[in-house]
Design a protein around this ligand. Structure first.
Ligand code: ADP
Length: 228
């Protein structure tokens, strides 16, 4: 199996609105290797979310190829893409999107049960993930009873629940204070390094970005290396 968890080769993507065309990516390339955490730093509106959606197979590029764990995706059907997304990609958003009527453990267990695990096994794995992220004692609480940092760590546990090869995070610490952001970022790092997965994380936070293995930016439709 390839040790490149995400590859974008010659990817172009534009939004069309009537006669207007907004070119977000133009012949762009990117590689994220196994075990690697790559930070994506670019101004608001540059196309970070769009890039994450392309990498997570939520959108198809107009040109180029998105390859996940060595498997090219452009010729796959929507159904095959959905299956691949569920088995290999975990998303973390700026706002946690946890289900309010379920506990933290249940929120992390549900995607595993959808993937076919028994409730008992799913809950056990959920609890161990929450413990690894330092929120084990909060497992029986609902999201409204958790702090912002705790909610985000539960959201990370949920994204990691089915052991994805690739975690895509869109400003996961965007609404947190610096200390809590650090905790949440630490949690992501632990997961990626321990599970040998990989992550592409869009962030505005330069201090956090510097802790990534590599920083990239988006400019004039290209993805390029960035130093901070
Ligand atoms: P970022 O995540 O870096 O803030 P986005 O990927 O959300 O950037 O958006 C990039 C640009 O594309 C922005 O100018 C945004 O307004 C535009 N855009 C995003 N989604 C759509 C859409 N569905 N239709 C048209 N334009 C869009």
């Amino acid at each position: 199996m390839s040790n490149l968890n995400l590859e974008l080769n010659g990817v172009s993507y534009a939004y069309e609105e009537g006669a207007k065309r907004l070119q977000i990516l133009k012949d762009a390339d990117l590689v994220v290797k196994q075990g690697e955490l790559v930070a994506l730093v670019a101004p608001s509106g540059a196309g970070k979310s769009t890039l994450l959606h392309l990498g997570g197979l939520l959108e198809r590029p107009q040109e180029g190829e998105v390859t996940i764990c060595g498997k090219a995706t452009s010729s796959l059907s929507d159904r095959e893409r959905t299956r691949m997304r569920r088995s290999t990609v975990g998303f973390v958003y700026q706002f946690h999107h946890l289900l309010p009527e379920f506990t933290a453990v249940e929120n992390v267990a549900i995607p595993q049960m959808i993937a076919g695990k028994s409730s008992r096994d799913a809950q056990r794995h959920a609890q161990s993930l929450l413990e690894a992220l330092g929120v084990g004692p909060r497992g029986s609480h609902r999201p409204s009873e958790l702090s912002g940092g705790e909610q985000q760590r539960v959201a990370i546990a949920r994204a990691a629940a089915n052991s994805p090869n690739l975690i895509l995070a869109d400003e996961p610490t965007g609404n947190l204070d610096p200390d809590t952001s650090n905790l949440v970022f630490d949690a992501l790092l632990v997961l990626i390094k321990e599970h040998k997965s990989s992550a592409l994380i869009a962030t505005h936070d330069h201090d956090l970005a510097r802790r990534a293995d590599r920083i990239v930016t988006l400019k004039n439709g290209k993805i390029s290396k960035m130093e901070l």
